[in-house]
Design a protein around this ligand. Structure first.
Ligand code: UN1
Length: 507
């Protein structure tokens, strides 16, 4: 609604401030310099400065977090949940400030910003509630008479949370609040491109009652992340980002002497959508545009490769191309912008190089025009002669299209399966048995039928993929917190000495 939007935009204007971010580590006061953080849509605009963590900060952080863990993990789950609920309230109260940072630092459009804050708030509340439900008191388990068995959960220790720039608030807070809710201390390493939002989010959690030695903010580059994960005392790692980095983390963890450290990873996707001749064309066009180009395609859930049945392909492509042409690229904080900027010049030139490479052997069917100022890349549509012409995730607004002939659905499913990725899949059909067939053949993490493939919802559509797309755990799902915790079973012989050994409540 227009009035609400106007109010929101005015609020954002008021909330714009320069953030001076630095590591938040108990006992570390001095920080090295401060590097400018610039807006992707307006490179001349400095959003704030970031002082990166120094290498020895990791040891200091670890020592502090170890102490914090002891106290935090012994709190009843309800106390931890209460802090997260307060964080959700604060986040809602400071919505304008976070909206403004999301658009300035991460280039998020208003729609994306609102959705991201909603998701972050939901994560805080949902994981708090789940923690109370799952980790309350140890449960008594059935067993033979003369023995009492109690089954319970404990935090693992100090978790490293390494997060991406594309959801600098929602994924950052999702990882951190899951680890905290489960009773861990956290050292959080935000993406290098978006340290300011993360800094503000950590300060908000501190304000909500999470102690400063329980949640530590460690900004830095890829080397900082690698050194953090390699630290001998890390007890668990949550990572969202590229498949390659997840592999590198896995190798680091595997090479350590000492405890076996679990990895919770959500990585890339080569997400497909299958459209057959019975699909509704307008619905398909809407859903393709949304899935491929919303957030400038910078979502791991985004549609990368569209399989169109050739009987309807020309007509559908015409509609999709027409709708793509209508998309408005521009400043993310404008209400009429559909597609905002690409996060940085490195990503932008990677996309341009991909299109140039595609031009050599494939058909670039549509190439939009991008504003010259700022890090923009316009939507593209590339027709492939075969699915294997695209082997890896290309993170941006480039839709690849392949045609398939009636009677060859098995081959399509096989092609999707052999890509090795398994994050999202779209299916547009009105044939019921076809849905069942696809479901029986693919173990993709999130399958969307007759709708778009993005925007998973905390609590109702938990999100995460398998294979090259991650460890298969579902963020925002009912068992996610269990991945961050460890089980403990206590069995007590209550029949010793003929039942005379019952326990006494004295110290
Ligand atoms: C990501 O882009 O890293 O469903 C994952 C969605 C989002 C995707 C987040 N939850 O679109």
């Amino acid at each position: 609604d227009r009035d609400a939007l106007k109010e929101l935009m005015d609020g954002m204007e008021d909330a714009i401030a320069t953030v001076k971010a630095h590591p938040l580590i108990p006992g570390v006061k001095a920080h090295r310099g401060g590097v400018d953080v610039r807006s992707p849509a307006e490179p001349g605009r400095v959003v704030g400065t970031i002082a990166q963590a120094a290498r020895d900060d990791i040891d200091i952080a670890m020592k502090a977090a170890r102490g914090g863990f002891g106290r935090w993990s012994r709190l009843p789950a309800a106390k931890r949940a209460a802090a997260l609920a307060r964080a959700a309230d604060l986040l809602e109260a400071e919505r304008d400030r976070f909206m403004s940072l999301l658009s300035l630092e991460a280039g998020k459009t208003l729609d994306d910003g609102i959705a991201e804050i909603r998701e972050a708030v939901d994560f805080c509340r949902y994981y708090g509630l789940q923690a109370e439900k799952l980790f309350d008191e140890p449960k008594s388990m059935p067993g033979p008479t003369g023995e009492e068995n109690r089954y319970g959960w404990r935090g693992r220790g100090v978790f490293a949370c390494v997060s991406p720039w594309n959801f600098p608030l929602a994924i950052f807070l999702g990882q951190v609040t899951a680890a905290l809710a489960a009773g861990n201390a956290v050292i959080a390493k935000p993406a290098e491109q978006t340290p300011l939002i993360a800094f503000e989010a950590v300060r908000l959690l501190h304000k909500a009652g999470v102690p400063e030695d329980v949640l530590i903010y460690l900004p830095g580059d890829g080397e900082t992340g690698a050194a953090l994960v390699a630290h001998p005392e890390i007890d668990g790692v949550a990572f969202t980002g590229s498949t390659g980095t997840a592999r590198a983390i896995n190798r680091t963890l595997a090479a350590k002497d000492g405890p076996i450290v679990p990895l919770i990873a959500e990585t890339g996707g080569l997400n497909a959508m299958i459209v057959d001749a019975t699909a509704l064309p307008e619905q398909v066009a809407d859903d393709v545009i949304m899935s491929a180009f919303r957030s400038a395609g910078q979502r791991c859930s985004a549609l990368r490769i569209l399989f169109l049945q050739d009987d309807v392909a020309d007509r559908m492509l015409e509609m999709i191309e027409g709708a793509t042409r209508e998309l408005h690229l521009g400043q993310p904080q404008r209400a009429d912008t559909d597609v905002g900027p690409i996060i940085d010049e490195g990503q932008r030139s990677m996309l341009a190089a991909h299109v140039a490479e595609m031009r050599k052997s494939q058909t670039v069917r549509f190439a939009g025009e991008a504003p010259r100022e700022g890090s923009f890349f316009a939507p593209h549509i590339v027709e492939l002669d075969k699915p294997s012409a695209l082997k890896e995730e290309v993170f941006g607004p480039i839709l690849h299209v392949v045609r398939w002939k009636a009677g060859t659905l098995d081959r399509v499913l096989n092609d999707i399966d052999t890509s090795g990725y398994g994050l999202t899949l779209g299916l547009h059909t009105r044939i019921e048995s076809r849905i069942a067939k696809v479901l029986s053949r693919l173990d993709t993490g999130n399958i969307y039928v007759n709708r778009n493939t993005i925007g998973a919802v905390v609590g109702t559509q938990p999100f995460g993929g398998s294979g090259l797309s991650g460890t298969g755990f579902k963020a925002g799902g009912p068992t996610y917190l269990c991945r961050f915790a460890q089980e403990q079973v206590v069995s007590i012989n209550t029949a010793a000495a003929g039942g005379n050994a019952s326990l006494m409540a004295i110290d």
